[in-house]
Ligand binder design. Sequence first.
Ligand code: ZN
Length: 251
Amino acid sequence: MYIDTHCHLDCSPLYARRHEVIEQAKASGVEQIITIGTDLQSSQTSIEIADEFPAVFAAVGIHPTEVNHCPKGWQEELVDLSKHPKVKAIGEIGLDYYWQTTKPAEQQQFLHEQIEIAKEVKLPLILHNRRADSDIKSILTEHGYYRGVLHCYSSDEYFAQEMLDLGLYISFTGSITYGSKRLQRALSIIPINRLMLETDAPYITPEPYKKSTNEPKYIPLIAAKIAEIKNLPCQNIEEGTTQTAREFFNI
Ligand SMILES: [Zn+2]
């Protein structure tokens, strides 16, 4: 069995079809799913979906591109949400210097505060990092908290090694099927006990379905590509990454 460690079942193309999406995932061997919040409202909806389906768990957090519309007192609300028994991580949180819709200083402030919340409530971090390698590293180091996964990995093998040395985990989406040699080199140095699978659905659909909406049922396509790049049997990837995800998220 597989675990999709990161998708967004609260997003409109998936939410309305969530029963079917979860059934089809199960039929392709994806038996557990973690649905990820990006602001207070989507974190709340993620918890409601986790309450509705035994196979679904939730993460709660404020995404770096959503920091500009958070109400005052969001910190207390996030702590409250994080105490729900099906919440398994604080995320997704991090830095995104690609879209430039929110200010880096504001993103950094939210990241600092959410790392402290994760420490307080004893949950791991799900980190979004786009073009912000050195700031991510320095903020993590400042807090000395490395219980986290770099989701949708998009940096190079040198940064991957630095993150592994700190104790972090790394997860790959369908972007690994797009042919980037840099991503393949990064993947090849990551041991299976630090590696997890995710779709980030409804985004980043793996090949050969790149033009359609992504869903958790496509996890085996990502696993097959990873098995090919690592030159290992697919079963090793399936069992190894599932074991890693179970331990990391305590599910
Ligand atoms: Zn995501």
